[in-house]
Write a protein that binds this ligand. Structure first.
Ligand SMILES: Cc1cc2nc3c(=O)[nH]c(=O)nc-3n(C[C@H](O)[C@H](O)[C@H](O)COP(=O)(O)OP(=O)(O)OC[C@H]3O[C@@H](n4cnc5c(N)ncnc54)[C@H](O)[C@@H]3O)c2cc1C
Length: 412
């Protein structure tokens, strides 16, 4: 599997990828009966980027219809020594979804919810299934998929697994990897494996050996806090965690195999929610107060900086931002509960125990507007006011909440 920073990039000669390789791949794909692929220059240019500032022009893009086509493309790729990059919506911000060689776009044809079981609270989806599509199918059953990146209107479940995506509600519902019940994957040699969380050491003996040889390092350096999602989640492969390759697969960015389908956990929508905005002098002060939230039934939390609000107002107009409490940095917090009176008590306790300058409890409409600021703002700040790409690459850091205030203080 390819990664823009991966060594296997060297298997494709740069000049060849511009000329001979696309043509050779097209011939192979036609012979293999691949129904939908492109070596068109415009398409290759379009797929040379994701939401990062990295650029790698692929030799070909394949839009597989089914597992069988994926297997045939992998066979061609093996024969020609061409790396593979899987892609969902391409909203990754670190070059995760680009690569020379062949890019699989799963979002076009392999995007269905295959089966939704309300009793088991689970859904089998194809890897290109868009998050919002799954939510729409789950909603009539009072269910939802927990984690929700800001890109939820377009990001795919395969891409969320690839990145072990989180989003504000990962606080309440866990990361994507915490919500995988089973995975159907295809390895580079075409083998199909279904991972259901049971010990997979006999299927992956070399991986098992690698972990056995590095137990100390993995135990002390991996999984030290919940948002440590960069790099491989090898902690899931520790003996005490049952060598759970299904879970470790989350965050592998397509480098361990191709996800064909996934069975994801759905959760019940809470009976009651309460949205609170706490206002602080700045984001550093807000971050210093964030550890307090550990004592509350928080489903979602997000920090909002006044500069992000300014960008939203500049772009979408003042009406896009509801009145917020006094401050220049805010914590937006969603509390949930099954008992309305208890939730109200917790809401008031949060307000009184926080060190905020000011606060507001939002009605549903205002809450939706505030969450939209975060979703829109994250995209808007990835461009300069005159529309050029901003310097992406320092927009996502994972920091334990107890260190967040100090970290932001030093960063600014
Ligand atoms: C404005 C903005 C806001 C964002 N906000 C958040 C956020 O709040 N939280 C968050 O976690 N992320 C966030 N992201 C990052 C990104 O949107 C998410 O990680 C999203 O889940 C990626 O989904 P995707 O379908 O776009 O995946 P892609 O970018 O297409 O792919 C992601 C990774 O998964 C791999 N992959 C995709 N499909 C497969 C497959 N079938 N098999 C194997 N590997 C596969 C790719 O190779 C790649 O490495 C944000 C990005 C932007 C631009």
């Amino acid at each position: 599997m390819a990664h823009p920073t991966g060594a296997n990039r060297a298997t494709v000669d740069e000049d060849e990828s511009q000329t001979a390789l696309p043509t050779a791949l097209a011939e192979e794909f036609r012979a293999a009966g691949i129904r939908d692929f492109s070596i068109d220059d415009t398409d290759r240019a379009a797929y040379s980027s994701d939401a990062s500032l990295f650029r790698l022009v692929p030799a070909a893009i394949v839009f597989p219809h089914d597992e069988e086509e994926v297997a045939r493309v992998l066979s061609v790729a093996r024969r020609l020594g061409v790396p593979i990059t899987s892609r969902g919506a391409g909203t990754s911000i670190a070059g995760n979804a680009i690569g020379r060689g062949v890019v699989f776009d799963f979002s076009l044809h392999m995007n269905a919810v295959l089966d939704l079981d309300p009793d088991e609270q689970s859904a089998w989806v194809q890897s290109g299934c868009v998050h919002a599509h799954l939510q729409k199918q789950a909603k009539p059953h009072g269910l939802r998929f927990g984690p929700d990146p800001s890109t939820h209107t377009r990001c795919t479940i395969g891409g969320m697994i690839g990145n072990n995506a989180c989003g504000p509600r990962a606080l309440g519902y866990g990361r994507t990897g915490d919500n995988i019940l089973a995975l159907k994957i295809m390895l580079i040699d075409g083998t199909v494996v279904t991972l259901d969380g049971s010990d997979a050491s006999t299927t992956f003996p070399r991986l098992h050996e690698l972990v056995a040889q590095n137990l100390g390092t993995i135990r002390t350096n991996f999984g030290t806090f919940s948002r440590q999602v960069s790099g491989y989640g090898l902690e899931s492969l520790l003996p005490e965690n049952g060598f759970d390759v299904r879970r470790a697969f989350a965050g592998t960015e397509g480098t361990w195999g191709v996800i064909i389908a996934a069975k994801m956990r759905l959760v019940k929508n809470p009976s009651f929610t309460s949205a609170v905005v706490l206002g602080y002098a700045d984001m550093v002060a807000a971050a210093h107060d964030a550890p307090l939230l550990k004592d509350f039934p928080v489903a979602a939390c997000e920090g909002l900086d006044s500069r992000m609000l300014d960008r939203v107002i500049d772009t979408k107009g003042a009406e896009a931002v509801p009145p917020l409490p006094e401050g220049a940095g805010w914590l937006v917090v969603e509390l949930t509960g099954e008992d309305e009176a208890e939730l109200e008590t917790e809401t008031q306790r949060l307000i009184s125990e926080s060190k905020s300058l000011d606060s507001a409890v939002l009605d549903a409409k205002a809450a939706a507007e505030v969450w939209a600021i975060r979703a829109d703002g994250a995209g808007l700040v990835s461009r300069t006011p005159d529309g050029r790409d901003a310097h992406a690459g320092w927009e996502d850091s994972a920091v334990p909440v107890d260190h967040l205030g100090d970290y932001l203080h030093d960063l600014m």
